[in-house]
Write a protein that binds this ligand. Sequence first.
Ligand code: DAT
Ligand code: MG
Length: 140
Amino acid sequence: MALERTFSILKPDATERNLTGAINDVIEKAGLRIVAQKRVRMTREQAETFYGVHRERPFFAELVAFMTAAPVVVQVLEGEGAIARYREVMGATNPANAAEGTIRKLFARSVQENSVHGSDAPETAQVEIAQFFAGNEIVG
Ligand code: DAT
Ligand code: MG
């Protein structure tokens, strides 16, 4: 498997509960390396662009409101097969369906307040990383 990079967000429900360190612990114990990280407050425009693929979904307005309500921590994670590996570590979108030991099983409050985002494919990882990080901010 190839060394990959994926984009991660620790969402407002996680930063509000001071869970940055606890979630990073799960990430690092899963063998993923945090090669870039910063705390930001997403603007409405950034959130709408980021979740543009969901624009027509009924939950879109609520999702944008949630993502902009408090700071988030954006990250780049690196590792062998990092994209699929992080999706595995995150668990299912709805925490009710998430496997034991996954971040969403451990910490998520609901399908919306589900603590983390992770890219779903190499193409989206590349676009998402570029939305939040300049090349020289990623130190592998
Ligand atoms: P994932 O974050 O697992 O990639 P997704 O891309 O389908 O899931 O959806 C993006 C986010 O949108 C998800 O993390 C939370 C929100 N969302 C998805 N389905 C939802 C629903 N049925 N109700 C409310 N929010 C939802
Ligand atoms: Mg998704």
